[in-house]
Structures are given as structure tokens and as C-alpha cells.
Design a protein around this ligand. Structure first.
Ligand code: MIC
Ligand code: SF4
Length: 648
């Protein structure tokens, strides 16, 4: 049912309603909303800016758009520096703010400096959801969608259902917001949030600071949710004041009587320290059950847990103690502001004296840009994903924990659970942080002459033509449920450095599953990947759709798709097909030849397509997981091809 004027609204509905430009707010229907702010970074921004240019847009029209350099910071070859020069000059040319390397992680910085309750934010990064901590509708998407939004196009998605997470109680000492985030994941799993916004309600919210809320909203993407959102309240005002931004405050809450599709309850006072065990963020166990597992590495930081409170707590735990020789303790503060506060408070020297390695304020270890653990090593991390290979070491075992559990375990050399009866650590958050926006580079006024620097790392965008009427190709791989974008295109410094070069990065598609895949796919010219549920969960990296398409892959036939990846597939003209009868999947084996005849005729919104398994001589049915708008893109060969054909 569309909304009636008097219906009490959830926070989600209020923000969507205020930004709606197309469609009806009926769950499942495609809607388009206006985006107030956007962000991209130095792993997704290269493609986004090349695509922005290809769309022929002269200047960003969004209220504020940023490019952050925070992922690709190692600079072991010219690539990263080339990319940064490209991004800085592209920001100047197209009217974007550029955040220099050394400023911090996009989500932490965006929260500190730019988040606004009630606004919309679209980010070319899945953890853009962090903005939900201040009551912002903050959504992750592929770079092409963000480029289009910067040019003023609506952002399209299916109107979500709204799930209420009713929070009661308060966290006990030594139990952290991370434990709440992990509890939600244990309950919802990596697919339970799909098609939903998680909206936080209830008396327990007032006990959580904005940065604690940010840990929870950050990890909400791991449930597959569109995003999550907290009310904007006295804590929000306190946070914005501490950033000198009280003018951005506005209260925001759901109307009394607003109705929710479903509700789960979370009593903070009953939580205990938790850990996500290898190799999925929903493989959650009590830390007490893991006691005694030896740790080779402990890595504290990332956009999930690198706030002032997180790292001050870690410093207090480490103060006056030493970590054992067997442990490498890595600490990467989330922003320059946090790093400066740690230095001013003497906390940095406590960390250094304990034997910690202090890393650059950046994503770093979180996605394998440095600090890859040893072979078969155990790494305890405060980050949000522990997918296989994510750390840069395919055989490593990653456990996701709170900063408290991480610091105590680093000192013990093995996993230990915090003693909840120990003297609590109380961290006073500064009423006012020392704000220094000096590493944000603002663009010159419109009309200024700017040349974009294109070093050798920046390759031209590949272009694709319309989908043919008949496709025939082998099944290249048959995979299970929950395939991640890290499985499709692994993280790690050497691969991330190729984000501006599709031909080069395509050599790593499915690298940890079948290193010969790119070669085989190029030879086969067309082909299909078969998969189970929730294909493409995890990151927003559009290269996981763009590069397989570049290699010649025709379609993915799965039981279901993760939202961001499904949109990316459509944007690049790679068919997202869903088994009408999921039982068909098991019969379709690698190397079977699949044929789709009269594809252009069969590809209509909501239509069922017939696929022939020529090897078995048997037909089966699939449905394209695409709206009418996306079907038009698929037929044209992707969004850029469609835009080009319309411009003619
Ligand atoms: C991630 O955490 O996986 C990343 C690296 O930040 C990605 C972005 C990317 O791979 O380009 C994400 O979350 O979207
Ligand atoms: Fe960076 Fe990790 Fe956060 Fe992704 S999840 S933005 S890699 S810190």
C-alpha cells in the first residue's frame, strides 16, 4: 500500500519520503531518491570518476561530494600515487572535496565532519551505512550509481521493509558495541537483513554514544540490509557539538504508532563478549568458548572500531604492560583527529611502550593492504569482515572481536575473554575535539581551468555493446551460498593497486577459487557462473561485475543475489538470473554448455527465460533479477552504453 498522508512514519520512511523523486513507497517496488551527499574512495573512486566523465557531467550537483584516499595507501609501486593524483585533480575539476592520504578512513571522517541527521548519503563503499549512527540514511552502492547520483540522477533501489531492533538495557563494563553488532549478526545471519532497513528503537539507545552506534550501523551491512538508522537525539547533539557542528543537528525519531515489518529485541545488559569466527561475520561464538586459541596477530582499527573511545580503552588496557614476542599488535587509528587526541592524551606512548606497531590512519590491515598474517596464522581483528583471503593470506584465520577483547588477548598471546567484574575503564569523550580540516582540499570555483592528471595506472574504461539475441557458453564455475565479492575479486594490496585498470585487475577474478578462471573465460568468450543464495554479498566493489563482464562472462545464475552486487551486474550488462526452481542448480555442472535463444525477446521485466543445458539436453527456467529500468540497461549493454545510445 502506498503511504496515506496520516500514516505514522518510521525514521526510514520519513527520510525516504522527504527525498523521493520517483516511484511509490511500497515495499519491493523500485523507487528513486535524491542524494544529498556522496562519497567514493581510492579503491572505488577511480572507476566512479572515469564513469562520471563518460556520462558527460560537468560538475557534481550534490550538496557535498567527497573523494577519500584511505584504502590504497601503501605506494609500493607508482599505481597508488598515480591514482591519488588522478583523484585529487578529478575532484578539483568536478567540484568535489578531496581528502588526502593521512586524513583517515572515509566512514570515520564522514561521520566526524559531514554526517547530518535526516540527510541521504550514497557511498561507493558498503560500510557507508556507518552514517546511520546520526540518523542519516546512508547507503552503499557501486561507483557508477554514485557517479550518476553526483550528476543529479536519483538513486534507485527497492523500497525496503523496515525491521525494528528494539534496544533495552545498557552495556555492562567490558562488553562493547561490537558485541551488540555481533549479536545482531548471529540473529540475522549474513542474509537476514536483505530487503530491509534495520531501524533502532527503544530505551537502550540513549545509553549508546554516537561512535558506539556507528560500530553497530557499520556492521549492519553484513546482514545484507540496505542500511540501518538510529534516531537523532541528545547523544547526536553531543557528538555534533564535540565536532563543532551543532548547527547540523536536528532531532529525528519515528512517529508514535509507526509500524514495522518485524521486530527483534536486543537487551544490551544481557550481552557478553562475542567473536565472529572464521570465515564469516555471522559465525558468532562467545569469546569464553574460544579461550586459549593462540594469536599470531592482533589488529585494532578499521571503520568499525577506531574511534577515540575504542582506542583510548585499548591504551588503558595496554598501559604499563608488554605484549609477548609471539604477537604482532597493530593499531590503526581511524582518523587524524583520533590520532592527535591519542598523542595529546599520552595514550600513543602507552601503546608504543607496550610494543604496538602504530599504523597509518587508513583501512590498512582490514582489507589486506599490509599486515597480511603468516601462513595459517590466527589474527584477532576489530574490523567487520573475516572472509577467506581478505587479510591477504588465504590460509589465515580471522576472528572479529571488540577492542577490549583484542587488547587483552594481545597481552595474553591467546584469546581471553574480558573479566566483567574487573574494574571498569571509563573514557571521557572530549566535549570539543581539536578540529583540523586541513587535509580536506576544496575545489576551485566553477569555470577554473583544471587538467586531470592521468598517470600510467589509469586505463581507459572498457565499453560494452548490446546483449546478443543468442548466447551459448559453458558453466565456468559452480559455487555455493553466500559467495562474497572478496571471493570474486580478492582484496590485498597488489590487487587493489589495479583498481583503475580493468584489463589488469581482471586477471585476478576468482583468483582464490580458480586462478585459471580469467584465462579460461577469455578463451571461452562467453559463459555462466552458477551459484546458490546471496551471491555477491559483502563489498560494493563494482570491479566484481565489471571485470568478469570484460572477460566475456554472460551471466550469473543463482538462487538469489546480494543487493549492491545485483545492481552492479545490471550496470555492466552482466545478466543476474535466478533459478525459478532452485533444485535445478544441482544438475548444472561445470563445463555443461548452456544456451539461451531469443534472449532479447525473452528478457522482459518479470518474465521467465528458458535456458537449454545442451550437455544434458534439458531445459530449465530462470527469471532475470532486474527492474524495468535495469532490463533496459541489460539490453543496451549496461548503464554507460544506454546513456550513450540515448545521447545519440
Ligand atoms: C571493503 O571493506 O570490502 C571495501 C574494500 O571497503 C569495499 C570497497 C571496495 O572493495 O572497493 C566495500 O566495503 O565496499
Ligand atoms: Fe576500509 Fe575496512 Fe572499512 Fe572497508 S571495511 S572501508 S576496507 S576499514
Amino acid at each position: 500500500m502506498p503511504l496515506t498522508p496520516s500514516k505514522p512514519l518510521t525514521i526510514t520512511e520519513k527520510i525516504i519520503k522527504a527525498h523521493l523523486v520517483r516511484g511509490e513507497m511500497v515495499p519491493g517496488e523500485e523507487i528513486g531518491i535524491r542524494m544529498d551527499q556522496t562519497l567514493v574512495h581510492d579503491a572505488t573512486g577511480q572507476m566512479a570518476m572515469l564513469q562520471f566523465e563518460a556520462l558527460g557531467i560537468e560538475r557534481a550537483v550534490t550538496g557535498r561530494s567527497l573523494i577519500y584516499s584511505d584504502h590504497n595507501i601503501l605506494q609500493v609501486t607508482h599505481n597508488n600515487a598515480d591514482d591519488h593524483a588522478f583523484l585529487r585533480t578529478a575532484a578539483n575539476k568536478f567540484g568535489l572535496v578531496y581528502s588526502k592520504v593521512g586524513n583517515g578512513i572515509c566512514h570515520q571522517l564522514n561521520l566526524e565532519r559531514f554526517s547530518v541527521p535526516g540527510e541521504t548519503l550514497l557511498g561507493a563503499d558498503s560500510h557507508t551505512t556507518t552514517g546511520g549512527a546520526v540518523g542519516e540514511l546512508a547507503i552503499g552502492a557501486g561507483g557508477l550509481d554514485v557517479a550518476a547520483a553526483m550528476g543529479g540522477a536519483p538513486f534507485w533501489f527497492r523500497m525496503p521493509k523496515v525491521m525494528r531492533i528494539l534496544i533495552a538495557g545498557a552495556l555492562r563494563p567490558w562488553v562493547a558495541a561490537k558485541d551488540a553488532a555481533l549479536k545482531i549478526l548471529e540473529t540475522l545471519t549474513v542474509s537476514g537483513g536483505r530487503g530491509r532497513v534495520l531501524e533502532f528503537r527503544g530505551p537502550g539507545i540513549a545509553t549508546l554514544s554516537v561512535t558506539e552506534r556507528a560500530t553497530i550501523s557499520n556492521m549492519s551491512i553484513e546482514t545484507g540490509a540496505l542500511t540501518s538508522v538510529f534516531p537523532s537525539d541528545a547523544e547526536t547533539l553531543k557528538f555534533l557539538k564535540s565536532q563543532g557542528r551543532e548547527k547540523d543537528y536536528k532531532p529525528l525519531d519515528a512517529d508514535p504508532g509507526a509500524s514495522y515489518d518485524s521486530t527483534i529485541e536486543l537487551d544490551l545488559s544481557r550481552l557478553e563478549p562475542l567473536a565472529a569466527c572464521p570465515h564469516s561475520p555471522d559465525n558468532v561464538k562467545k569469546v569464553s568458548e574460544l579461550r586459549g586459541i593462540k594469536c599470531d596477530q592482533v589488529a585494532i582499527g578499521s571503520c568499525t572500531n577506531s574511534s577515540h573511545k575504542d582506542l583510548m580503552t585499548v591504551a588503558r588496557i595496554l598501559k604499563g604492560k608488554k605484549i609477548p614476542a609471539s604477537v604482532s599488535l597493530i593499531i590503526a587509528p581511524g582518523s587524524r583527529q583520533v590520532l592527535s587526541e591519542l598523542a595529546a592524551a599520552g595514550a600513543l606512548s602507552d601503546m608504543i611502550s607496550a610494543g604496538a606497531r602504530i599504523m597509518e590512519v587508513a583501512c590498512g590491515f582490514c582489507n589486506g593492504v599490509g599486515q597480511a598474517p603468516k601462513t595459517d596464522g590466527v589474527s584477532l581483528r576489530t574490523s567487520n569482515r573475516n572472509f577467506p583471503g581478505r587479510s591477504g593470506t588465504p590460509t589465515a584465520n580471522l576472528y572479529l572481536v571488540s577492542p577490549e577483547t583484542a587488547a587483552l588477548s594481545a597481552l595474553a598471546g591467546e584469546i581471553v575473554s574480558p573479566d566483567l567484574s574487573a574494574e571498569p575503564i571509563v573514557i571521557e569523550t572530549p566535549e570539543k575535539f581539536a578540529v583540523d580540516d586541513g587535509l580536506f582540499v576544496h575545489p576551485p570555483p566553477p569555470g577554473a581551468k583544471v587538467e586531470i592528471e592521468r598517470g600510467p595506472s589509469i586505463a581507459p574504461l572498457p565499453r560494452f555493446g548490446p546483449i546478443p539475441d543468442r548466447v551459448e557458453g559453458p558453466v565456468m564455475l559452480s559455487l555455493g551460498d553466500n559467495v562474497t565479492t572478496d571471493d570474486i575479486l580478492p582484496a590485498g594490496a597488489h590487487i587493489l593497486a589495479l583498481r583503475a585498470n580493468v584489463p589488469a585487475i581482471s586477471k585476478y577474478i576468482f583468483h582464490n577459487i580458480d586462478p585459471k578462471f580469467p584465462e579460461r573465460q577469455l578463451l571461452a568468450k562467453s559463459g555462466f557462473v552458477v551459484a546458490g543464495d546471496n551471491y555477491g554479498q559483502g563489498s560494493s566493489r563494482e570491479h566484481a561485475a565489471l571485470a568478469p563482464r570484460y572477460l566475456g562472462l554472460t551471466g550469473i545464475i543463482a538462487k538469489s543475489f546480494a543487493r549492491i552486487h545485483q545492481a552492479n551486474l545490471c550496470n555492466f550488462g552482466l545478466l543476474p538470473l535466478i533459478f525459478v526452481d532452485p533444485a535445478d542448480k544441482d544438475a548444472i555442472l561445470p563445463d555443461h554448455v548452456l544456451v539461451i535463444d531469443k534472449l532479447r525477446e525473452q528478457l522482459v521485466p518479470g518474465g521467465v527465460l528458458t535456458v537449454l543445458d545442451a550437455t544434458l539436453g534439458r531445459e530449465f527456467k530462470v527469471r532475470a533479477d532486474a527492474s524495468a529500468r535495469q532490463t533496459e540497461m541489460l539490453l543496451a549493454g549496461g548503464l554507460l552504453a544506454l546513456a550513450a545510445s540515448k545521447a545519440k
